[in-house]
Design a protein around this ligand. Structure first.
Ligand code: KMH
Ligand code: ZN
Length: 305
C-alpha cells in the first residue's frame, strides 16, 4: 500500500453564498460572526479558511472589498490561519465582481472554479420554501436556470491577474472535465504545481457523491497530474462527512464548513463551523493521522506565507 501523507489539511468554508440565513440561525452573516466563525474553525484544527462576505442587513452575498475588510482585519490580528478568498462569489455575479476581493487583498489562496456549469440551486427552494424571510432568497433560490460562468477566457484572466500577486489557488473541480481544463492551463505553464485540487461532489450540475465518483475523480487527477497535485474533497450537504471520511482514509485533504453543509448529523443543524471541523478531525485522528497546522499547510501547498 502507498505511504499516506503525514498531515491532513482541513479547510473550513465558513459561510459561502449558497445557503441563506433563513435556513439556519447558525449561518455567519455579519463581519464579526464571520471572523469568530473563522477563528473558531482555526482553533478547532482548520489550517485554511475559505471566505465569502454577506450584506449584514439581509445576508445576501456581497463581493465588495469593503464587506471583506472588517473580518479580514480581525482574523489577521488573532490567527495564523491561511486565508482563502472566494472568486466564485455567487453564481449570479460577473467575473469582474467575483475577482474584486482577491485582487484587492492578494490572499495566499483564492478559489478558482474550473468550468462553466449548470448550477442547481432550485432543489433547495423546494426544501426551504415557506421559511425564507427575504425576497432575495426566494428570487435567488427559485432561479431555475443559473449558469455558473467560468469560460476559458475567465479562467485565464483570474489565474494570470491573481497569480501575478503570488496568490495560489484552490482549484474547484466539479466534474472530470474540470480536471482536463486545469491540465490545459498546467501544460501551458499558466499555473504550477503543487496544485491544490478541491474535488467537489454532490452539487446539482456536477458529478454525484457515490464512492465510484470519488474514485473516478481521484484516478483521473492521479493520471493527469501525478505527484504535481494535492488532493482535497468537498461533499455537499449530507455528503460532507462520508466523502471526507472516504478521502481522508485514502490520504486526501478535506473541506468542511457551513458553506457546504448546514448539518452536523441527520436533522441536526451544525451550531458552529468549529463543530464540523472537530467532527472531521476526530475521523482523521481516528485513522491514525494528524491534522496540518497553517504553517504545515503553507509548506505542503507552497504558499507565499
Ligand atoms: N460552494 C462551493 C461548492 C467559490 O467560492 O469559489 C464552491 C465554492 C465556490 O466555494
Ligand atoms: Zn466558496
Amino acid at each position: 500500500m502507498a505511504k499516506l501523507p503525514r498531515k491532513t489539511i482541513i479547510t473550513c468554508a465558513v459561510t459561502g453564498a449558497i445557503h441563506t440565513p433563513s435556513m439556519s440561525p447558525h449561518l455567519p452573516v455579519s463581519a464579526s460572526e464571520i471572523a469568530e466563525a473563522a477563528i473558531g474553525a482555526a482553533e478547532a484544527g482548520a489550517a485554511i479558511v475559505h471566505l465569502h462576505a454577506r450584506n449584514p442587513e439581509d445576508g445576501s452575498p456581497d463581493q465588495s472589498p469593503e464587506a471583506f475588510l472588517p473580518f479580514l482585519q480581525i482574523i489577521k490580528q488573532r490567527s495564523e490561519v491561511v486565508v482563502n478568498l472566494t472568486t466564485g462569489g455567487a453564481p449570479t455575479m460577473t467575473i469582474e465582481q467575483r475577482m474584486r476581493p482577491a485582487a484587492t487583498f492578494r490572499p495566499e489562496v483564492a478559489s478558482m472554479n474550473m468550468g462553466t456549469m449548470n448550477f442547481g440551486l432550485f432543489p433547495m427552494l423546494d426544501r426551504f420554501e415557506g421559511q425564507l424571510k427575504h425576497q432575495w432568497e426566494r428570487d435567488y433560490l427559485g432561479n431555475r436556470d443559473i449558469v455558473f460562468r467560468n469560460t476559458f477566457g475567465d479562467l485565464e484572466r483570474v489565474m494570470t491577474d491573481l497569480g501575478a500577486n503570488g496568490t495560489r489557488f484552490e482549484f474547484e473541480c466539479y466534474d472530470t472535465s474540470h480536471l482536463y481544463n486545469l491540465k490545459h492551463f498546467f501544460d501551458r505553464g499558466i499555473v504550477t504545481g503543487p496544485l491544490f485540487i478541491q474535488t467537489v461532489f454532490g452539487l446539482m450540475g456536477g458529478i454525484g457523491a457515490h464512492p465510484e465518483d470519488v474514485m473516478h475523480m481521484k484516478r483521473t487527477a492521479d493520471r493527469l497530474f501525478g505527484d504535481q497535485y494535492r488532493w482535497s474533497v468537498l461533499g455537499a450537504g449530507r455528503n460532507q462527512l462520508p466523502i471526507a471520511a472516504m478521502a481522508a482514509a485514502m490520504g486526501g485533504n478535506v473541506r468542511v464548513g457551513l458553506e457546504d453543509s448546514l448539518w452536523a448529523g441527520p436533522g441536526k443543524l451544525a451550531e458552529t463551523n468549529a463543530q464540523q471541523v472537530r467532527m472531521v478531525r476526530q475521523i482523521i485522528e481516528g485513522l491514525g493521522m494528524e491534522v496540518a497546522s497553517p504553517e504545515e499547510a503553507r509548506e505542503i501547498l507552497a504558499l507565499k506565507g
